[in-house]
Design a protein around this ligand. Structure first.
Ligand code: SF4
Length: 679
């Protein structure tokens, strides 16, 4: 078999890959020169994908309890238990918790079943943990979850601000493109981050804000641009709605501190109108995440730095298909295809799906969903392609909730994860290299993932598993798809509903693709067009500046004087169920380290290389310490990847706070009170 064009399994950069299968499931991996996301580049995670496609650790047969079951029996059992639960307790007694690892076709099937046929909004996704605040900020500012920038803009910008993003580690190919722009175009790079990350070390300027300090920073930047005469009044008059008292509201709150190099940053911003602000988890994973997104967007709108080449706010996503999930409606806060829950929108969706039980309201967002599992409101949950017992904040609580849930179904490609251990039914899903469908990357490019390996054992495509359960529940006609192409055509046709409401999500040109054309589908970006000529997505086609309140300092808890931040390592992915299979990837960091500033190390008796116990109100863990002045005094950092299945333990997100942003429901992983002591 010659090379197959597909897309990387990991981050939201969405790099194109040419995979050439060999014998015994071996596969040679190369970057796809023709893909617009990477033009042939790959990072080490993508390069080593071939290390992860063997059968080691795979779930290969449906399991009911500890016994192997056939697909028919397992499917009927899941369908009957969900149907009985709904009949006895109502549709909101069940839930789906899905994943940015799913393909768009899988997401579409799950969303249709839950919201249209079961009749509950209770489907949410682990993308809630990743970029829900950016979604909410886009909706508030633009009237739609629309990303107004593409990667090629990074190569024409004069200044790139990276906010809460260790791009060099977490989106390495985006970083390679930025480095190329610095070489070829003398682009300046500023990193705004509490940590002196590997990205910050390479930047022209590192602005070390306190946790959540980007709120006062962007408010002050906008006030400073106004003072310098850099606000584009003509642009604002033509394209924006500004709330009364907006400019007066930018006066800082008492005690709001700005970094010492604020003036240097402001000088750079004033001097470079072609400016992109990339924001990622460090901005989104905050109890003020939506406000942070809007503070960034406000700066771009007020200075007219949007809708032009090399300018705009750019949310980059963590997962390979976080965007695809957003588009079809996989967040509990969206109905489908960027539509909401108004009577008109519900009527259009009900008609399109011929849905017998369309849900009436948004469902529970991730953190609230697991609270409802814990207190018994949700009695049956189906978890697809994700490991919430490790990845959710306060993950010990989530594990406890699942332990007492009457019915837990997990569909996954891996057999033994912290979450599959809690399942009553386990359903084997196809993995990367086996499954077929589409993904959408951070810049709205839709690409094909293509299967080139036989499925592991009896593993099936997620969309098919969902469709079979739907059929067993009596909804077969609406889920009778011949393959992923048929699912995609239905989704593409449905985007006509968004188009009729003046939204930019429009795939209707792809609603009649033949199976052959779908197989040959080339990457394309939806919503192309002249943003400013077409206008934003509110009925008046104007964007909204949003009042962002000053930062109110949290009262310190003397028992937990430090602020814990969790995040990623360069060479691991999420809970390591797949990257943990690659010895090459483990060479970079073989164990999780807690990073501590030297002043704090002295204060708390921590030694470099020694063991340290981290305590928070939710529990503790022991990690080896790395004493480094890359950390701001008063803060510590731990990676989120390790699970209790590893001998070294280190399940960091069991320590993190479940407090969420009130608008987006995204948890504030980046800032919770903690204490540290030597072991
Ligand atoms: Fe894969 Fe992301 Fe690396 Fe590209 S940058 S190869 S999408 S992990």
């Amino acid at each position: 078999m010659s090379g197959i064009a597909t897309t990387c399994a990991y981050c939201g950069v969405g790099c194109g890959i040419v995979a050439t299968p060999g014998i015994n499931r071996s596969v040679a991996i190369a970057g796809d020169d023709a893909h617009p996301a990477n033009h042939g580049r790959l990072c080490i995670k993508g390069t080593t994908l071939g290390d992860t496609v063997g059968l080691q650790g795979r779930m290969t047969h449906p399991m009911i309890g500890n016994r192997t079951a056939g697909w028919d029996e397992a499917t009927r059992f899941v369908a009957r238990t969900f149907a009985d639960t709904i009949a006895e307790h109502g549709p909101d007694s069940v839930a789906f918790y899905v994943s940015g690892q799913l393909l768009t076709e899988d997401y579409y099937a799950a969303n249709k079943l839950m919201k249209g046929f079961i009749g509950s909004g209770n489907i949410d996704t682990n993308s809630r943990l990743c970029m829900a605040s950016a979604v909410a900020a886009h909706n508030r500012a633009f009237g739609e979850d629309y990303v107004p920038v593409g990667y090629e803009d990074l190569e024409t910008a004069d200044l790139i601000l990276l906010v809460g993003s260790n791009t060099a580690w977490c989106h390495p190919v985006v970083w390679q493109r930025i480095e190329a722009a610095r070489r070829d175009h003398s682009t300046k790079v500023v990193v705004i981050d509490p940590r002196r990350t590997e990205t910050a070390q390479e930047a022209d300027l590192h602005v070390a804000v306190a946790p959540d300090g980007d709120i006062p920073l962007f408010r002050a930047l906008l006030a400073d641009m106004k003072r310098r005469g850099e606000v584009d009044e003509a642009f604002m008059a033509q394209h924006c709605v500004t709330p009364d008292g907006f400019w007066d509201g930018l006066v800082g709150a008492p005690g709001e501190a700005l970094p010492t190099n604020f003036e240097a940053l402001a000088d750079m911003v004033a001097a470079h109108p072609r400016m992109i602000t990339v924001f990622s988890m460090g901005s989104n994973q905050s109890v003020r995440g939506t406000d942070k997104g809007n503070a960034i967007i406000n700066l771009h709108l007020a200075t007219g730095r949007i809708g032009k080449p090399g300018a705009g706010p750019f949310s980059i996503t963590g997962q390979p298909n976080a965007m695809g999930g957003r588009e079809v409606g996989g967040l509990a806060s969206t109905l489908a295809c960027h539509l909401g829950f108004s009577d008109e929108e519900r009527a259009a969706v009900a008609d399109f799906w011929a849905a017998p039980n369309l849900c009436t309201a948004p469902g529970l967002k991730a953190v609230d969903m697991f609270r409802a599992v814990d207190d018994g409101r949700i009695k049956a949950i189906w978890i697809m392609a994700t490991n919430p017992a490790v990845s959710m904040p306060d993950a010990g609580f989530v594990r406890g909730a699942l332990e007492k849930c009457p019915f837990v179904v997990v569909s996954d490609c891996m057999a033994d994860t912290d979450t599959t251990r809690l399942a009553h039914v386990r359903l084997p899903a196809m993995g990367w290299g086996e499954k077929d469908g589409t993904v959408t990357n951070s810049e709205r490019v839709i690409s094909r993932q293509r299967g080139f390996l036989p499925p592991a054992g009896e593993a099936r495509a997620d969309w098919r598993i969902i469709a079979d359960v739907a059929a067993a529940m009596g909804y077969g006609d609406a889920f009778d798809w011949s393959g992923p192409a048929a699912v995609f055509r239905e989704y593409a046709a449905m985007t006509a509903l968004a188009q009729r409401r003046g939204l930019k999500l429009d795939l209707t040109d792809h609603a009649r693709l033949s199976d052959v054309e779908y197989d040959a589908l080339q990457p394309f970006r939806w919503g192309e067009g002249k943003l400013l000529a077409d206008g934003f997505c509110f009925p008046d086609r104007k964007a909204r500046l949003i009042d962002v309140a000053p930062l109110v300092a949290k009262p310190a808890d003397p028992a937990f004087p430090l602020r814990l931040n969790t995040g990623r390592y360069r060479d691991q992915w999420h809970t390591m169920t797949r990257t943990g299979l690659s010895a090459r990837l483990s060479r970079h960091r073989s164990e999780p380290l807690v990073e501590v500033h030297p002043d704090d190390a002295v204060r708390y008796g921590i030694t470099n290389g020694g063991l340290a116990q981290i305590d928070t109100p939710r529990g503790n863990t022991v990690l080896r310490a790395s004493v480094t002045d890359a950390q701001v005094p008063g803060t510590i950092f731990a990676p989120m990847h390790w699970t209790d299945l590893f001998a070294s333990g280190g399940r960091a997100n069991r320590l993190t706070s479940p407090d969420v942003d009130p608008v987006s429901g995204q948890p504030g992983f980046k800032d919770c009170g903690a204490a540290i002591a030597p072991v």
